[in-house]
Structure formats: structure tokens, C-alpha cells
Design a protein around this ligand. Structure first.
Ligand code: AMP
Length: 569
């Protein structure tokens, strides 16, 4: 009988005692923080759970922003937190046009280390030999910035790799040396990640990034740089434009000198017409691909499956700048079926019932019900109390006494030109249907976003698509019939309210697909990063409202198609 690793023992213990651990976590948080300026108003120094649930208000970012900003601007941490705040995490979420920031300290990084060790143990329980090889990990780092009071403000991953926890964590597990991970020029680090990964191709057992979009980006980058990468391997010299000295030196050491045979081998694979299965062809011992593929990342599942010959695609955890929520204890399940088991030691979690129970009622972690949907509330160790995450989750089951959740959608991400509210989930579902039509024509969707266009009336939905041929070298040929069919399929998949406004009342116009040039979504990302978005956490927005960003997209449109019939009711 095999013995359980200490992480798997922890998993059993934590999930078996979820209620007690949640109560303990809340008590610990309140004992430390009851005398902060924020909580004192509601609790008067008490750390009683009932009083907490009765008196402490449920809040959104706007409510707590003034408190967080005071600490960021130099007031003592105990405005919100009993323990010193040492860092702020920059979230991908925004409010009023600016990015949200969340206070943390080393305790947060300890939790990251814990969850990552748990992830690794769960995966190695399901896939033999993953602990022996190396991970080709696409992490990028942003140049540092700080609050007015001098505290570092970085996205989660950047903050973590700059912390003292990173060195032990990374030590030799990755194909890339730390210098590449710490390089703040994203293009140079991406190039070096790939070069290191190719040189150590036999050792690579997994390819990973925080989000699936970064994995797709890495393969797209490889498509445009493989010749140069092969030249470097052939000559034994790293390209001149890699100017980050420590990055270059560490990569040169891995390159080790000229390797003609390897360069020829990589070239033979990359030169082939189709890039189907390119990942398994270039990395013959790879056993899994890891990155979040749920929520808005689900649009990348077909592309990754195409490139990887359907290797296990593992969505390992659900985490945010506010807290880590949980892990996927069933890593080999289909990407569409992923649920996350909440870890009761991460934060104190409560749930606002959205659908399936007494709507609006707030329940504890262990009291959620299978099939019901909730918005999750977080009370963490760093100054957030009953904070609305805006993520909607549905309970799919329990692991011991800890509930498992499917990520349904981010709240309020909607398209609407009338009273209908099209959610992210509606759009992704419709897109999956349209992808099948594209696939049958040998095409793939590489990037997607949308907006509502009410410049002409009736208003209509506009979907921006970047399309690619399945065969890497063939030119995209857009067939009118196929594209119009895609528009109709999307409309048919949208909800009854949309279809009523469109077919019955005529108050929504025909849905439009605008096909943009290759590389448009990369330009969009570069633009967003230039405006302060984080490269490692970047996600293409599902919907775009900013006229400035829409102008960038519209500039790249090379074909337009409209649905030519009304969707059935
Ligand atoms: P950030 O604050 O930038 O770290 O982004 C956190 C947000 O990303 C979460 O609130 C979710 O909306 C989304 N997210 C993170 N992990 C997942 C996941 N596993 N599945 C779906 N969405 C996720």
C-alpha cells in the first residue's frame, strides 16, 4: 500500500474538519483584528462569530477602498489589519477605471507555497513520474512599483517571485533559471523560457502557466520565433537582442554550446504544415499541461487540445489577489468538468445564495447545497471582512465535508442592448457552438472579445474574432456562408430574452462578427499592459466598452459578417 504524502494527509484532515477549521480561522482573524479601526466600529473589541455575522457589513471594493488607500498612503496597518501589511497585490479586477489593490503580508505567500505543494502532490498521485522531470513554466514579472508609502504593489505572481519564498520554491524544478523568471522584459523572458525549454526538451514533463491564455501565447510566440531559436541552438549563442545580462548569462549556460542535431530536429517539426500536436512532438516526455482553463479561460481549451494532442489539460486551482480558494482534487477530469475543493484553512468563506435556495441568504462554507449557486464572500487575514468577490460559483459535490464548486462566471460581465443581460457564460456557450462550425471549415478561433454597438439603431452585438487556419502555413480563407452561419449559431444559442428582443420585437439588430487581422489580440494585450495591466495575469476582456480600445480593434478589422435570419424563439 502506498503511503500518503504529508500534503495529501493535510488534504484529508482539512477537508474532514471543514466546519471546525473555518470557525478556528474566523476566531484567529478576529482575535488579531478586532481592534483595528475598521472592525472596532462593529465589534467593539469582541471576536464573537454571531456578532461578526450580525454587525459586520457585506462590502464591495468601493466600500473598503478608502481604508485600503489610507494604508497604501502611509497610515499604520491597524486601520484595517492587526498585523503589519508588507505588500499590496494588484488585481486584474478594476473599479472606476483603476486597478484594485489588496493588502497582504508573508502569511499570504506561505499559503501560496502550501497550495502549490498540495497541487503537486495531487497531480503526482494521478500521473506517474511528474515529480522527476522539469516544468516549463511561463511566468513573467512586471517592473516593480510601490505605494506612496513605499510598500511594493505587484500582481500576485510578481510579488511571490520577488519574495523570500520563491528561491526554495523554484529551485531547479523549472527549465528556466530564476533570472529568466525575474526578467521584467516580457518579450525577452518569453524567448528565453522557450529556448531553455527546447534545449531541455527530454526532461520536460509539464508545461504550465497561471492562466491558459499564457500557454496559447507561448505557442504563438514559438510560431513566430522558432527559426531564430533553432539558429541560437545551432550556433550556441543567444540572440543579440536579449540584453538583460543576468538572463542572457544564465540561458547561455543552459544552452551550453552548439547543438546541430537538436536544432535540426526542432526545425523538422516546426516546418511541418500542421502544428497539430506540436507540444507532444517537441517535448516527447510531456505528461500534462497546467493552467486555469475555467471561467473565461475556457475559450482556450480547443486550441490547447489541438496543439497538445489532447494531453491532460489540468486546471489546478482557483485563486485571486484576495485569497486562495481551493484546488482541483480530480486533475484528470475533462476541462469542462472542473470543480475546485475549497480549503477551509485559507480564509473564512461565506456564500450569498444567488440561485436555488433562499436567494440573498448568507450561509457558511459547510452549509452550501449541491446544485445551488452562490457569490462568495471573503474574510481574510489582511483586512478584508465579508468582502464580495463578484465570482459566482455552483456547488457540484463535497470532498469529505468541504464543498466543491464549479466556476460559473464573474458577476456583471454582460452584454446588453435592451433589457436582456447576456452573461459571460451565455457568450462562452454560444462561442463553443460557433467554434464547431469554424472547425468544420478547418478554422480555429484564436482570440475573442465583444461589444454592443448602439451607434446605429436598433443596437446589435459585435463579436471580434481572430481566426486561424488549422494548418499553420495555410492562409485563412473566409467563406461567406460559413461565417454567416457562425453569426446565426451564436444568436440561436443566446437566451430567450435576447431572442425575443431580436425576433419578436425587432429591438436588437442582426449580430455581427468582425474578423480582425492576425496578431490583433497580441496588440490589444500590449496596449493593456502599457496601460498598467499585468502580463502574467492578463486576460483578454470578454467585453470591451472603452472607445479607445474599440478603435484599436476596429482598425484591424478585415471582414464583417451579419446573421441573415432571425433566431427561433
Ligand atoms: P486576480 O485578482 O487578478 O488574481 O484575478 C482573480 C480572478 O480571476 C478571480 O476572482 C476569478 O474571477 C478569476 N479566476 C481565478 N482563478 C480562476 C479559476 N480557476 N477559474 C476561473 N476563474 C478564475
Amino acid at each position: 500500500m502506498s503511503t500518503l504524502s504529508s500534503e495529501l494527509k493535510d488534504l484529508e484532515e482539512l477537508t474532514s474538519n471543514a466546519k471546525q477549521i473555518q470557525d478556528d480561522v474566523l476566531e484567529e482573524i478576529l482575535k488579531v483584528n478586532a481592534n483595528t479601526e475598521y472592525l472596532r466600529r462593529f465589534l467593539h473589541g469582541s471576536f464573537d462569530k454571531e456578532l461578526f455575522q450580525k454587525n459586520v457589513p457585506v462590502v464591495s471594493y468601493e466600500d473598503v477602498k478608502p481604508y485600503l488607500e489610507r494604508v497604501a498612503n502611509g497610515e499604520p496597518s491597524n486601520v484595517i489589519s492587526g498585523e503589519p501589511i508588507t505588500n499590496f497585490l494588484l488585481s486584474s479586477g478594476t473599479t472606476g477605471g483603476t486597478q484594485k489593490i489588496f493588502p497582504v503580508n508573508n502569511k499570504f505567500f506561505e499559503k501560496v507555497v502550501f497550495i502549490d505543494a498540495l497541487r503537486a502532490s495531487i497531480i503526482s498521485k494521478h500521473i506517474n513520474g511528474v515529480k522527476q522531470g522539469k516544468v516549463m513554466m511561463f511566468i513573467s514579472t512586471r517592473p516593480s512599483s510601490s505605494t506612496r508609502s513605499g510598500l511594493p504593489v505587484d500582481p500576485l505572481m510578481t510579488s511571490f517571485v520577488r519574495s523570500s519564498y520563491f528561491k526554495n520554491w523554484s529551485s531547479k524544478r523549472f527549465t528556466s533559471p530564476d533570472e529568466v523568471i525575474l526578467c521584467v522584459d516580457n518579450k525577452q523572458s518569453m524567448y528565453c523560457h522557450l529556448l531553455c525549454g527546447l534545449v531541455q526538451r527530454e526532461e520536460v514533463v509539464s508545461m504550465a502557466a497561471t492562466f491558459a491564455s499564457s500557454l496559447v501565447q507561448a505557442i504563438t510566440f514559438l510560431e513566430t520565433h522558432w527559426k531564430e531559436l533553432c539558429d541560437n541552438i545551432r550556433s550556441g549563442h543567444v540572440s543579440e537582442w536579449i540584453t538583460d545580462i543576468s538572463c542572457k548569462e544564465s540561458v547561455s549556460a543552459i544552452l551550453g554550446g552548439s547543438n546541430l542535431e537538436l536544432a535540426d530536429l526542432i526545425e523538422q517539426e516546426c516546418i511541418k504544415k500542421s502544428w497539430e500536436g506540436i507540444i507532444t512532438r517537441l517535448w516527447p516526455n510531456i505528461k500534462s499541461i497546467q493552467g486555469v482553463v475555467t471561467g473565461q479561460m475556457s475559450q482556450y481549451i480547443p486550441i490547447l487540445e489541438f496543439y497538445s494532442n489532447k494531453l491532460p489539460l489540468i486546471s489546478p486551482y482557483y485563486a485571486s489577489s484576495e485569497t486562495i480558494f481551493g484546488v482541483n482534487v480530480n486533475p484528470l477530469c475533462k476541462p469542462q468538468d472542473v470543480s475546485y475543493t475549497f480549503m477551509p484553512n485559507m480564509s473564512y468563506f461565506e456564500f450569498i445564495t444567488i440561485d436555488g435556495g433562499n436567494n440573498g441568504e448568507i450561509v457558511d462554507l459547510v452549509n452550501v447545497k449541491i446544485g445551488c449557486s452562490y457569490e462568495v464572500l471573503v474574510t481574510n487575514h489582511f483586512g478584508l471582512y465579508r468582502y464580495r468577490m463578484g465570482d459566482i460559483l455552483q456547488v457540484t459535490g463535497f470532498y469529505n465535508s468541504a464543498p466543491q464548486f464549479r466556476f460559473v462566471r464573474r458577476k456583471n460581465v454582460v452584454l446588453s442592448v435592451q433589457m436582456e443581460a447576456t452573461t459571460e457564460e451565455d457568450l462562452l456557450k454560444a462561442l463553443n457552438h460557433a467554434s464547431l462550425v469554424l472547425e468544420s471549415a478547418g478554422l480555429m478561433l484564436m482570440g475573442f472579445t465583444c461589444s454592443s454597438d448602439i451607434s446605429t439603431l436598433p443596437g446589435h452585438y459585435v463579436l471580434y474574432w481572430e481566426i486561424k487556419a488549422n494548418n499553420a502555413n495555410s492562409i485563412v480563407k473566409l467563406d461567406d456562408k460559413v461565417m454567416v452561419e457562425c453569426c446565426c449559431v451564436v444568436e440561436k444559442s443566446l437566451d430567450i430574452l435576447y431572442r425575443s428582443f431580436r425576433s419578436k420585437y425587432g429591438s436588437i439588430g442582426a449580430l455581427e462578427v468582425r474578423v480582425v487581422q492576425q496578431g490583433t489580440f497580441d496588440s490589444l494585450m500590449e496596449y493593456c499592459i502599457s496601460k498598467g495591466a499585468s502580463a502574467s495575469q492578463y486576460k483578454t476582456p470578454i467585453c470591451i466598452n472603452s472607445p479607445e480600445v474599440l478603435a484599436i480593434l476596429d482598425d484591424k478589422v478585415h471582414a464583417r459578417f451579419f446573421s441573415d435570419r432571425l433566431p427561433p424563439l
